[in-house]
Design a protein around this ligand. Structure first.
Ligand code: SAM
Length: 289
């Protein structure tokens, strides 16, 4: 039997590839890549043969999964599954390959590493302290500990179809409710960022979470927070932390470009860190490798 390795790769800074990921990519018989040209840059940077790449993406997985499974089973091949950036299967292809490998009793091995969602979450400042010790049933904040939600990309459609709009609004309201309890992570494309942040702020105005429901007692005009993490680990990294209702004004300043991850956080409390805009430039810690 072969092995299927689910390998996380950098989300920007090539120095974020782990030693183990590098070893697995070097040893693998096949590297199943979402975009062979994109992964080719990583492979050439580390001097890994590009010839063992095989394209595996949302348009060809039906043909490629049987091929990779037969290589795993019959040739006992080691297959490394990668995506363009970060962790495969997280808003990326790979589900069918992993599920079918599990069904066939082929070992599926994680080679963990970068993930934009967790990178943004952990610098947002919205994650609360992990549970430690017993908590009372009334203490919801402690019970929820440091839980969080991840929704990936929200459904979108260019047409103004009314039923779809209604569904999106409902989903936004669910997300807003959720954000009162735990951080919510979203991915968004730059050209839809302003609309999504605007729609979230709109939904926040119409969702009323009572003090009894909420984790802490809030004034009636409490506003959720948002962390907008742009181009993490890259030269143009920029992190905005502020109130959701004020984020639209920040995004108006300049056309959104690059990759963005959003984290919604609970209404701020006096003990929370202050809101700020943080930049990370070349001369800071973006290490050229
Ligand atoms: N599987 C990937 C992961 O583990 O992070 C996510 C893939 S998803 C197709 C791509 C989205 O992730 C982008 O549209 C953006 O929302 C987010 N993303 C990826 N790289 C990022 C970065 N360097 N900074 C901020 N967000 C990023």
């Amino acid at each position: 039997r072969g092995r299927l390795y689910v390998v996380a790769t950098p989300i920007g800074n090539l120095g974020d590839l782990s030693f183990r990921a590098l070893a697995i990519l070097r040893q693998a018989d096949w590297i199943a890549a979402e975009d062979t040209r994109h992964t080719g840059k990583l492979l050439s940077h580390y001097g890994i043969s590009m010839r063992k790449q095989v394209a595996h993406h949302e348009h060809n997985w039906r043909e490629q999964v049987p091929f990779l499974l037969s290589e795993l089973q019959e040739r006992r091949a080691a297959v490394a599954l990668v995506c363009d950036a970060g962790t495969p299967l997280v808003a990326d292809p790979g589900t069918q390959l992993v599920r079918e490998a599990i069904q066939r009793n082929i070992p599926v091995v994680s080679v963990p590493g970068p993930c934009a969602a967790l990178a943004a979450l952990t610098i947002s400042g919205f994650l609360s302290t992990p549970n430690s010790g017993p908590v009372s049933a009334e203490d919801w904040a402690a019970l929820l500990g440091n839980s969080f939600s991840f929704y990936g990309f929200l459904p979108h459609r260019s047409s103004g179809h009314s039923r779809w709009r209604q569904k999106r609004t409902q989903l936004m309201e669910t997300i807003i409710r959720e954000a009162w309890y735990r951080p919510v992570i979203l991915y968004e494309a730059p050209h839809r960022l302003r609309e999504t942040v605007h729609d979230l702020a709109l939904a926040a105005r119409s969702v009323h979470v009572t003090a009894a429901e909420a984790t802490t007692v809030q004034p009636p005009d409490a506003s959720l927070q948002i962390c907008i993490a742009r181009e993490l680990t890259k030269v143009h990294e920029e992190v905005y932390r502020g109130l959701l209702r004020e984020a639209a004004a920040y995004l108006e300043q300049r056309e959104p470009r690059g990759e963005y991850c959003l984290v919604l956080g609970p209404p701020s409390r006096p003990e929370d860190p202050p809101h700020a805009l943080h930049f990370c430039t070349e001369d800071q810690d973006v290490v050229p490798v």
